[in-house]
Design a protein around this ligand. Structure first.
Ligand SMILES: Cc1cc2nc3c(=O)[nH]c(=O)nc-3n(C[C@H](O)[C@H](O)[C@H](O)COP(=O)(O)O)c2cc1C
Length: 289
């Protein structure tokens, strides 16, 4: 299934067996293509969202993002006072945009990857996330910026052997990274420890589920992002997921083709000056503040 060329893939999926699930015109590819950011569309999107955020409509939508039924009977629920490490990690997570420049350890990096998407059952495929059809469409890449005992550079997480494949060794070029990622919300990105990128090989899921497989892929990416941010937070590594990245240049940087394997979300990690606290979690400045 993996590594199929397009002709073989189309031949396979046009057989009767795949009728009803095959990618008739691969709507998910078209959708994905249409939602890519380019330097031009990115600037337009940035300007539009800034204008939208100042509008009355935005205020109405964002002042109370909860659905309320005012005429229905209600049932009270017990008040929850988070107890124990697990619950405190959940309520203490925040997006972080201010990093101290202290390093992460090699073990922390290994934990982050393994507890997000490593093989948790020896000899089996199971991972810390649920996966539609057990197909595991995601891959992880890492720009190492400041990790003790690990040469800076771009690496791929080799899930089978739980090791890093060195894609390109060498100190990251922040001018280049700034072209690929919207890092402007972060106070000083060079103080981060690493950037982890979640990508997906879409055919792992769409070969079986057709375009609906795309939903499963995005669902699973959300699980992985939550694992990454919670595991990071539990070790004192704050993170910021980035919706703003230039799809095609980022694919080029990661050495992926941007069609069969696509970048879904980068997360920037770093040590933060904030003490995670369940009762009164601190917040970094909001974007744009
Ligand atoms: C998919 C996704 C993309 C995001 N992209 C950005 C971003 O580009 N820049 C930024 O400053 N925050 C980004 N955020 C963080 C949100 O602003 C943040 O999650 C939200 O304000 C809630 O705050 P909290 O994460 O601290 O609870 C993103 C969050 C998600 C889930």
């Amino acid at each position: 299934m993996l590594g199929l060329d397009r002709a073989t893939f189309r031949k396979l999926t046009s057989s009767r067996m795949f009728e009803g699930v095959r990618l008739k015109s691969s709507l998910c590819e078209i959708f994905h293509e249409n939602t890519k950011l380019t330097p031009l569309s990115g600037r337009t999107a940035g300007a539009l969202s800034a204008a939208f955020l100042r509008s009355k409509a935005a205020h109405r939508l964002t002042e109370a993002p909860y659905k309320q039924y005012s005429l229905m009977d209600r049932e009270d629920l017990p008040t929850i006072d988070p107890q124990g490490e697990f619950e405190e990690i959940l309520v203490g997570r925040r997006s972080r945009r201010l990093f101290t420049g202290e390093s992460a350890t090699r073990e922390e990096l290994a934990k982050l990857l393994y507890l997000t998407y490593g093989r948790t059952a020896p000899g089996g495929l199971f991972r810390p996330v649920a996966s539609g059809g057990g197909l595991y469409p995601l891959e992880l890449y890492i720009t190492v910026i400041n990790v003790e005992g690990l040469e800076p550079g771009l690496y791929h997480y080799n899930i089978e052997d739980h090791c890093l494949d060195a894609v390109q060794r060498g100190k990251p070029d922040f001018e280049e990274l700034n072209e690929l990622l919207w890092l402007q919300d972060i106070e000083d990105p060079e103080q981060a420890t690493m950037i982890v990128y979640v990508t997906a090989i879409l055919q792992r899921s769409t070969l079986k589920y057709g375009d609906r497989g795309y939903r499963l892929v995005l669902f699973e990416a959300g699980e992985a992002v939550q694992n990454l941010s919670l595991v990071g937070h539990s070790m004192g590594l704050g993170s910021l997921p980035l919706g703003g990245f230039m799809d095609n240049p980022l694919s080029e940087y990661l050495r992926i083709d941007g069609v069969d394997e696509v970048p879904l979300v980068p997360l920037v990690f770093g040590r933060t000056p904030f003490q995670p606290s369940a009762k009164a979690p601190t917040s970094d400045p909001e974007p744009g503040e």
